[in-house]
Design a protein around this ligand. Structure first.
Ligand code: RIB
Length: 287
């Protein structure tokens, strides 16, 4: 099995549940509050590790108590933290989440996640085997994302780029990633309306996740891999579960269609638990 390196964000999620979102300028009463582990990078690392992969997390935490919470959680989930760097005089990343109307709204404050540097990526690139898989998202600096894509391409390393949340990057770089996995909103932000025709330009490379409608890619024709019906408690982290599971499936040399069925299954299970990592399945749950 190939090693999986997740280069990305680690955060503490501060989650409020409310009956509805407040309107602009309005204060409303919430129903509950909890703190839990999150950050798209850490979520994807935990997803892959729970499904049995060897996972290394690469990124930055602050020097506060949240850093301890983040690192302990990664270790508990058997994610290697040798490339997690603490930044002094810096807060750890946080995400401020409101759950309402069976959906979520999120504001991410990058803090230490904004300190991930090319120097840290170089350390990884010195030691990484070309057989590994790199998983990356958009919650670290854009210049570093572009650097990771270039360096991985030069080394011939398989990359899965989850362009979430949307930021504008040079489209020419997409030809240098092995797979990219926008959701419906992100694909519109990247290319405008109508991905169904454009997706043919990225055969077996662009995978559009469609929530409860599954995932779509192009291989001589448009192929949809349907999702599995699930009871929804919280959709936060479902996309991260999908990406972590996709990396695991590809690390085990599954064909793309089989890998997407595996990833869909994991994501469907994940929405049954509260918090980004609360419902993420272990390998035994996938049988
Ligand atoms: O994808 C879900 C994640 O997005 C949350 O855990 C939160 O940290 C935000 O980054």
């Amino acid at each position: 099995m190939k090693d999986i390196y997740v280069i990305g964000s680690m955060s503490v999620d501060l989650v409020t549940q409310a009956k509805r979102l407040p309107k602009k300028g309005e204060t409303i009463l919430g129903e509950s509050f909890f703190m839990t582990n999150g950050g798209k990078g850490a979520n994807q690392a935990v997803s892959a590790a729970r499904l049995g992969a060897n996972v290394r997390m690469v990124g930055c935490v602050g020097d506060d108590s949240f850093a301890e919470m983040i690192v302990n959680n990664l270790k508990e989930n058997k994610v290697n933290v040798d490339y997690v760097e603490p930044i002094t005089h810096c807060a750890s990343g946080t995400a401020h989440i409101t759950l309402a109307d069976h959906d979520n709204s999120i504001i991410v404050v990058p803090s230490a996640n904004g300190k991930v540097s090319e120097a840290l990526v170089d350390k990884v690139m010195e030691n990484i085997s070309d057989e590994s898989i790199i998983l990356l998202q958009n919650e670290i600096p854009k210049s570093v994302i572009e650097y990771i894509i270039e360096k991985s391409f030069e080394k011939g390393i398989t990359t899965i780029y989850n362009p979430a949340p949307y930021i504008e990057i040079d489209k020419n770089l997409l030809s240098k990633v092995s797979y990219f996995t926008p959701n419906e909103t992100e694909v519109k932000d990247m290319f405008g309306e109508g991905f169904e025709t454009l997706i043919a330009e990225f055969p077996n490379q662009m995978i559009v996740t469609l929530g409860d409608k599954g995932a779509t890619y192009y291989d001589e024709s448009l192929i949809n891999i349907p999702s599995i019906k699930a009871k929804v408690v919280d959709t936060t982290g479902a996309g991260d579960t999908f990406n972590g599971a996709l990396a695991v499936a590809l690390s085990e040399d599954m064909a793309l269609s089989e890998a997407l069925q595996f990833a869909n299954r994991a994501a469907s299970i994940s929405v049954g638990g509260l918090g980004a990592q609360g419902g993420m399945p272990y390998r035994k749950d996938m049988e």
